[in-house]
Write a protein that binds this ligand. Structure first.
Ligand SMILES: [Ca+2]
Length: 236
């Protein structure tokens, strides 16, 4: 049996024996082609495909300081939910302080022999250029995501090791600001996204300049006055 391209259908309405024979031949050929398609489908694995089905990230409001990171949801795949990063208010920070993107989690799936090879968290402040931080592989299914949902399908993977913790307040002036994020998985079936550069998850925050309190300024001046008086009295 050979699998040849189908011929164009013969003109409709012809009734000569020759035409009937042609139609029978075509019917046989169509059967052959159908069988060829079935055999081909059976021989090939399922169509290779990949995707992202969940994403989370953490903000550490004081970097290495004592405050603990706060986790937010990006694309949330389960019934257990965290506060959504999109639309969140991250609060107010002192000018020159440190607050970091301290954690991220990306959940991916794959089938048909395809593979996920890496992931990144992309971020930017006030619509500037995006910067990327790699998220390393952490575990295969079965696992629990950041919100506590369990996933056990073959091919499900959890990427949860952020390779650095960028300070998103670096160089940011006093005022109100936006922090945009989206996630990219690099796969043998192309890049897969959670959010996108054009349609990211967006939170807001503000930066304030520290102004000396009148009372502390008064205390400082009073302290200096005491020191000057002590020096003068020691000399006499
Ligand atoms: Ca901290």
């Amino acid at each position: 049996m050979t699998c040849k391209p189908a011929r164009l259908a013969s003109r409709a309405g012809t009734t000569t024996p020759e035409a009937d024979e042609t139609r029978n031949e075509e019917t046989d050929m169509n059967k052959t082609l159908g069988l060829c398609a079935l055999l081909l489908a059976a021989a090939l694995p399922a169509a290779a495909a990949t995707g992202v089905f969940g994403s989370y990230l953490a903000i550490d409001p004081d970097g290495d300081g004592a405050a603990t990171p706060i986790w937010f949801g990006g694309l949330q795949p389960g019934s257990s939910l965290l506060t959504s990063f999109n639309g969140a208010s991250l609060g107010s920070f002192q000018l020159g302080a440190t607050a970091t993107l301290s954690g991220a989690e990306l959940l991916t799936w794959k089938n048909g022999g395809s593979d996920v090879t890496g992931g990144v968290l992309n971020w930017r402040v006030d619509g500037g250029a995006y910067q990327s931080v790699a998220i390393n592989f952490t575990s295969n299914a079965t696992f629990q995501d950041r919100a506590g949902n369990s996933f056990g399908n073959a091919g499900d993977q959890r990427w949860a090791s952020l390779t650095s913790a960028p300070n998103f307040l670096s160089g940011v002036a006093a005022g109100t600001h936006t922090l945009d994020v989206y996630f990219t998985a690099f796969t043998s079936a192309g890049q897969q996204l959670s959010g996108s550069a054009a349609n990211p998850f967006t939170a807001t925050f503000s930066v304030v300049s520290p102004v000396p309190e009148p009372s502390s300024l008064g205390l400082l001046l009073a302290g200096m006055g005491v020191i000057a008086w002590m020096r003068r009295s020691r000399r006499t």
